[in-house]
Design a binder for this molecule. Structure first.
Ligand code: 6PG
Length: 498
């Protein structure tokens, strides 16, 4: 009797990996699993949930055994954490990449032409570009896929953003689309579709994470100004976020923020949120997005400001020292109508969020040109509609905007978003003005408004920058009155002055 063969193999049994496996089995696929620390394989298979899956699940104690258990063409998904690394740093552009490269190097001699390797980690897209090309030369198909939604998403339906070798897509599509979150009136539209060649999927996942940084910072700006300018309690904040979640702000991050305000400290009196050290961590995807925006020359200021806000938050002891030295407004309260101000903060949050998403899509479009992918922005908005951390009702509007105009230059130019931002504008300005007057930092709201004002300005003071550059470095300039001519240079010292 021939031995049973499995639909897919998964290596890396941390919680995300385990949950993806259970999700695959629930959707009818037979899965073989492997982990470098092999006791994890046995422990996982011994859990009640895994045992309940019967022979739909099997374990392997080596990569070779895993490969031997798979149907051809074999599909092997890697959910590898850097701490499991077998060092091969000479191959890696980014430190975490060493682990994935080492496993790929081990897999190559075990695989046949046409087999598929899938990387489901938060990988830097340049590593995915490199691996897709390298493995294609060996006849092995490679997919780098974003998987968003955390542990719960992996179990119940993540948002998935696959890119890589297009020939591999039909092979994994039935599995990926089955396990992903579903949206739409009949809950049957999968939040997973092909993103594009080579590193496109991981790029889009990185932008998802950068937008997540922006959303989190904007929500924190709202929290901070409401708490400090109005002196609101956690119970008040709970009510506000609960109300906001019934509006156009309806989203996973608003929902969990609402609930965070209700969680009591298990160790002492009061709510847990007030006991958490105000120093934000970061694993790096937000920083990558910001770095890559600089490479492309596109202004993704929200994610950059959010990364910097986390950086300054983590300088806790310096801030404590500085707070005793540097004076400015402290503790003053907003003197106007409270309910009106709360409504204005909501508008500031919504308008800023629109700017943040506008920047994310601009960056993806610029990246698509630079790296030669063809990205469908409407499709991406749909994939983010469910399952992922930034899932939100408002992504439906973004999808509609790109469906109407696939070449939309900037979301702010879409009629729906133009109206939304314009009607929010007076409130948004009052919130930023109030924050400045009261000395309450709201970096997200402020940078978003600066972006909006810059973007809608036909003229900016860059004429002066060009004059300075030409003055000290003969860097030349173009003239507004001579389009198509130039560049020009002036001898700024020996020229007639008024
Ligand atoms: C997701 C999350 C996930 C992770 C973030 C956290 O889509 O499920 O984005 O990928 O939680 O990367 O990132 P930071 O640690 O950098 O905040």
């Amino acid at each position: 009797m021939s031995e049973k063969k499995y639909d897919i193999g998964l290596m890396g049994l941390a919680v995300m990996g385990q949950n993806l496996v259970l999700n695959m089995v629930d959707h009818g696929f037979d899965v073989a699993v492997f982990n470098r620390t092999t006791s994890k394989v046995d422990d996982f298979l011994a859990t009640e949930e895994a045992r309940s899956k019967g022979d739909k699940l099997t374990g392997a104690h080596s990569l070779a055994e895993l490969v031997s258990k798979l149907k051809s063409p074999r599909k092997i998904m890697l959910m590898i954490k850097s701490k499991d690394a077998v060092p091969a740093p000479e191959l890696a552009l980014y430190p975490d990449a060493a682990a994935v490269d080492a496993v790929i190097a081990e897999l190559i001699p075990l695989l046949d032409k046409g087999d598929v390797i899938i990387d489901g980690g938060n990988t830097q897209f340049k590593d995915t570009e490199r691996r897709t090309k390298y493995l294609a030369n060996l006849g092995i198909r490679y997919i780098g896929t974003g998987v968003s939604g955390g542990e719960e998403g992996a179990r119940r339906g993540p948002s998935m953003m696959p890119g890589g070798d297009p020939e591999a897509w039909p092979l994994v599509k039935p599995i990926f689309q089955a396990i992903s979150a579903k949206v739409g009136p009949n809950k049957d539209v999968p939040c997973c579709d092909w993103i594009g060649a080579r590193g496109a999927g991981h790029y889009v996942k990185m932008v998802h994470n950068g937008v997540e940084y922006g959303d989190m910072q904007l929500i924190s700006d709202a929290y901070w100004i409401l708490k400090n300018a109005l002196g609101l309690s956690n119970a008040d904040l709970y009510k506000i976020f609960a109300e906001w979640n019934e509006t156009e702000l309806d989203s996973y991050l608003i929902e969990i923020t609402r609930d965070i305000f209700t969680v009591e400290d298990p160790e002492s009196d009061g709510e847990l949120v007030d006991k958490i050290l105000d120093a934000a961590g970061a694993k790096g995807t937000g920083k990558w997005m910001s770095q890559l925006a600089l490479d492309l020359g596109v202004p993704s200021t929200l994610v950059t400001e959010a990364v910097y806000a986390r950086a300054i938050s983590s300088m806790k002891s310096q801030r404590v020292n500085a707070s005793a030295v540097l004076s400015g407004p402290v503790g003053a309260k907003y003197q106007g109508d409270k309910a009106e101000f709360i409504a204005q903060v909501k508008q500031a949050l919504y308008a800023s969020k629109i700017c943040s998403y506008a920047q994310g899509f601009v960056q993806m479009q610029a990246a698509a040109k630079e790296y030669d992918w063809s990205l469908d922005c409407g499709k991406i908005a749909l994939l983010w509609r469910g399952g992922c951390i930034i899932r939100a009702v408002f992504l439906e509007r973004i999808k509609e905007a790109f469906d109407k105009n696939p070449n939309l230059e900037n979301l702010l130019l879409d009629p729906y978003f133009k109206n939304a931002v314009e009607s929010a504008q007076p409130a948004w300005r009052n919130v930023v003005k109030t924050a400045v007057e009261l000395g309450i930092p709201t970096p997200g709201f402020t940078t978003a408004l600066t972006y909006f004002d810059s973007y809608r300005s036909a003229n900016l003071p860059a004429n002066l920058i060009q004059a300075q550059r030409d003055y000290f470095g003969a860097h030349t300039y173009f003239r507004v009155d001579k389009p198509g001519e130039g560049p020009f240079h002036t001898d700024w010292i020996n020229v007639k002055k008024s």
